[in-house]
Write a protein that binds this ligand. Structure first.
Ligand code: NDP
Ligand code: MG
Length: 384
């Protein structure tokens, strides 16, 4: 039985993690549960599993939860409490499914406590990849990717020697606006942007998929997770989201991983690792039913966010922190109807252009820069 600390339990990945835990009562147990503020979503889960530790975003939510919950639990709030529940001695696995850079410090703590980490929170690797990977190496901890592309690559590389890897091929569905030209993006609505053709995901990542920033963040994530240069990472459009990614070896053999687009599959892979266990939440992949798989070359002109992510990844230093923070803030402003879809990329580009790169930022600098960038972006918008 593996004890699980789940960060971001009320979110899209969090809820799907709960599905997997429910399916395997003899293998996984919910031990600690963290979420932001969605008490309604959390309560039935808490009542069912009665995890001993619960962490929420702030004091107000904590007080409100305490009034509603009907069993004894340790209930706390804030980042320090997150850091605590990832490192409790009885915890075997930490699922990091919070949204955004709030996941950074708990990731570092989980590494230092040498926990198995099922890792969805890509923003953490984008904002502070060098620090996270340095700690992971020091403590001998492997981050097990939940992101479907990286889970695919992880499986393709199993038993291989990294020196034989020629390149990684990340597949991209293209997001909600894949069939539109740039001109046709003027005036698109939030509702349109939130309609992803293949995946059901949280709001932020669905917008990131439409801007292609999600793939940009994944390029940086792949760079850190698999230790490959940016020149060795290619992105290809693939409408069906059946091939989740591929790797090519020096001898031109290409390995791909295929599966139904269901995030519970990579979530379960990371929880069960290094074993595999039955998955009955969706049917087997039916290729005859799908009929054909399509591929198309990626365009950096059509998707400037992907270009910016490659550029900042290559330049490194503090630039990816700025890219991530500006994107998180811009997407949140878009979701709150303050800016248009095309403003997102403009705001990010402006932040990157005005930034004086810091070569190897430490944790404190990253946390400061993250806050400053968000504030500047929201200030720029809200004052106009
Ligand atoms: P959601 O927005 O659906 O969920 C985010 C979760 O984080 C919620 O449970 C939210 O709580 C919680 N949260 C936010 N702020 C805090 C905080 N300060 N303290 C504690 N919890 C907090 O996001 P997703 O599930 O879509 O994505 C989560 C991560 O997984 C992201 O990094 C995303 O890029 C990655 N990912 C997601 C995929 C998907 O299919 N959804 C696919 C691949 C990667 P609440 O809502 O209660 O406030
Ligand atoms: Mg992905």
């Amino acid at each position: 039985m593996k004890n699980i600390t789940l960060l971001g339990g009320t979110g899209s990945i969090g809820q799907q993690t709960i599905d997997v835990i429910k399916e395997h009562p003899n293998e996984f147990q919910l031990y600690a549960y963290a979420f932001g503020s969605n008490i309604e979503e959390a309560l039935p889960v808490l009542e069912l599993f009665k995890p001993s530790y619960i962490v929420v975003k702030d004091r107000e939510i904590m007080e409100s939860l305490k009034r509603k919950i009907n069993y004894d639990a340790h209930i706390h709030y804030g980042v320090d409490a997150l850091n605590e529940i990832v490192s409790l001695p009885d915890v075997d696995i930490v699922v990091n499914a919070v949204l955004g850079s709030v996941g950074l410090q708990p990731t570092l703590e989980a590494i230092r406590a040498k926990k198995q980490i099922a890792f969805a929170n890509k923003e953490t690797l984008v904002t502070a990849g060098h620090i996270v990977m340095e700690e992971a190496q020091r403590y001998g901890v492997e981050l097990l990717p939940v992101d479907s592309e990286h889970a695919a690559i992880h499986q393709c590389l199993k038993g291989e020697n990294n020196k034989d890897l020629k390149r990684i091929l990340l597949t991209a569905s293209g997001g909600s606006f894949r069939d539109r030209t740039r001109d046709e993006l003027v005036g698109v609505t939030k509702q349109d942007a939130l309609k992803h053709p293949n995946w059901s995901m949280g709001a932020k990542i669905t917008i990131d998929s439409a801007t292609m920033m999600n793939k940009g963040l994944e390029v940086i994530e792949a760079h850190w997770l698999f230790g490959v240069d940016y020149d060795q990472i290619d992105v290809i459009l693939h409408n069906e989201s059946v091939i989740h990614s591929m790797v090519e070896f020096v001898d031109r053999n290409v390995m791909a991983q295929l599966g139904t687009p269901d995030m519970r599959i990579p979530i379960q892979y990371a929880l069960a690792y290094p074993d595999r266990t039955d998955f009955n939440l969706s049917d087997s992949l039916d290729l005859a039913q799908i009929g054909q798989l399509n591929f198309k070359e990626m365009s950096f002109e059509r998707f400037p966010c992907l270009r910016m992510a490659y550029e900042t990844g290559r330049e490194g230093g503090s630039l990816p922190t700025v890219l991530n923070a500006a994107n998180e803030e811009a997407v949140s402003l878009f979701l709150n109807d303050h800016i248009t879809f095309l403003d997102i990329e403009d705001l990010i580009e402006r932040e990157l252009e005005n930034h004086n790169k810091i070569e190897k930022p430490d944790l404190e600098t990253i946390l400061e820069l993250d806050q400053e960038t968000r504030q500047r972006v929201s200030h720029t918008v809200l004052k106009r």
